[in-house]
Design a protein around this ligand. Structure first.
Ligand SMILES: [Zn+2]
Length: 83
């Protein structure tokens, strides 16, 4: 178990975003709750599920990604849990 299995997309604050780092090539892309919730049923996905179904967006890579939570308003990593 980790914090990723306890947090659903709908629990996120609008100013949080998900940082997805490729475990193969290190490419980083971001998802925001707003983007994910364009498909409302996806709000019930846990973050570990988002991590599992996401792949690297670098051309030709398609590697697995590691998910982290960050805040939009500053660039410092937000380490687990919710306030
Ligand atoms: Zn990659």
């Amino acid at each position: 178990m980790s914090w990723k299995t306890n947090i659903q997309v709908r629990d996120l604050d609008p100013d949080q975003k998900l940082e997805l780092t490729c475990t193969q090539c290190g490419h980083v892309h971001y998802l925001t709750p707003e983007i994910i919730l364009r498909a409302p049923e996806r709000g019930f996905l846990y973050l570990d599920e988002i991590e599992r179904e996401s792949i690297c967006r670098a051309r030709g890579c398609r590697g697995a990604v590691r998910l982290a939570l960050v805040r939009n308003k500053d660039t410092s990593a937000f380490v687990g849990g919710l306030a």
